[in-house]
Design a protein around this ligand. Structure first.
Ligand code: NAD
Length: 255
C-alpha cells in the first residue's frame, strides 16, 4: 500500500451511519462497503435498502436507545472508528400553519438526535480509551442560505424555517465539538448537500428546471456527488481537518 492509498483506506474501519435506510444513507452505506469498511447502519425504520450493511433499528431521539445501541455495536465490533450523523427530517406545511408538534419533531431528530449520537459516541470512546475517532455530520445548503421560493412552482415540499435552523445548528455544533474534542483526537466535520434529485419520488419537472437554472453547475445534486467528501472526511486524508463544513451544491451558495 503506498502513501496515497493509505490516505483513503478505510479497510477494516468500523463506521456507524444513522438514517441508513434513506436515500443518502443507503448510498453512504454501499459506498463505505466498497472500501472494505465494516458498516453498521441504524434507522428508525428498516427497509433493507442498504446493501450488506449490518442494520439495527434505532430512534435517535431516545438517548437511552442511542446509548444501548452504540454500546452493543462497540461490544460486537470492538470499536467505532467513524460516526456519520445522517438521519434527518423536514416538515412541509405552510409556516403560517405549522403546528408545534412538527416544529418539535424536526428539532428533536435533527438537533437533539444528532447531539445524543455525538454524546454517546464520545462517552463510549472515553470509556474504552479509544485513541481517536471521527464524526461526519450531514448538514444542508439550507443551513447556510435560504431556499429560493421561486423554484417551488410545482413542488409542495417547501423547505421549512425549522429545517434550516436545525441544519445551521448542526453546522455550528460541528465547530463546537471540533474544538471541544480536538485534544481527544476526535475530528468533527460536516457535509452540506445542495438539493439532491430523488429518483424514487422525483421533485416536479418545473422545480428541477428552476433549481438547475439557479445553480452554477446547472443541475441538482445526485447521491454520488456527496460520497467523495464523506469518505475523505472519514479517513486519514483528513487527519488535520476538523470543524469544516464542505458545501456540495454545484456552486449555488457562491453566486
Ligand atoms: N435530499 C436532499 O436534497 C438533502 C439535501 C440536503 C441535506 N439532506 C440531508 O441528508 C440527510 C439524509 O436525507 P435523505 O434525503 O436521504 O432523506 P431520507 O428521508 O431519504 O432519509 C432520512 C432517514 O432518516 C431516518 N430517520 C428519520 N427519523 C429518524 C429518527 N428519529 N431516528 C433515526 N432515523 C430516523 C428515516 O427513516 C430515513 O431513512 C438528512 O440529514 C437530510 O437533512 C438531504
Amino acid at each position: 500500500m503506498n502513501y496515497i492509498d493509505d490516505l483513503f483506506n478505510l479497510n477494516g474501519k468500523v463506521v456507524l451511519v444513522t438514517g441508513a435506510c434513506g436515500q443518502l444513507g443507503s448510498a453512504i452505506c454501499k459506498s463505505l462497503e466498497q472500501t472494505g469498511a465494516k458498516v453498521v447502519g441504524t434507522d428508525i425504520k428498516l427497509n433493507g435498502k442498504s446493501g450488506d450493511t449490518d442494520l439495527r433499528e434505532l430512534d435517535i431521539t431516545s438517548r437511552a436507545d442511542v446509548e444501548n445501541t452504540f454500546e452493543g455495536i462497540h461490544e460486537q465490533y470492538g470499536s467505532i472508528d467513524v460516526l456519520i450523523n445522517n438521519a434527518g427530517v423536514s416538515t412541509f406545511e405552510k409556516f403560517e400553519e405549522r403546528p408545534e408538534k412538527s416544529f418539535d419533531w424536526v428539532m428533536d431528530v435533527n438537533l437533539k438526535g444528532t447531539f445524543f449520537c455525538i454524546q454517546s459516541y464520545v462517552n463510549l470512546l472515553d470509556q474504552h480509551k479509544q485513541e481517536s475517532g471521527a464524526i461526519v455530520n450531514i448538514g444542508s445548503i439550507f443551513g447556510v442560505v435560504s431556499p429560493d421560493f421561486r423554484n417551488y412552482t410545482d413542488l409542495n415540499r417547501k423547505n421549512s424555517e425549522v429545517y434550516g435552523a436545525t441544519k445551521a445548528g448542526v453546522i455550528q455544533m460541528t465547530k463546537y465539538f471540533a474544538v471541544h474534542l480536538a485534544d481527544r483526537n476526535i475530528r468533527v466535520n460536516a457535509v452540506s448537500p445542495g438539493g439532491i434529485f430523488n429518483p424514487e419520488n422525483p421533485q416536479g419537472d418545473d422545480f428541477i428546471k428552476n433549481y438547475s437554472s439557479r445553480t452554477p453547475m446547472n443541475r441538482m445534486a445526485n447521491d454520488e456527488d456527496m460520497l467523495g467528501a464523506i469518505l475523505y472526511l472519514s479517513g486519514d486524508a483528513a487527519k488535520y481537518t476538523t470543524g469544516q463544513n464542505i458545501v456540495i451544491d454545484g456552486g449555488m451558495s457562491s453566486w
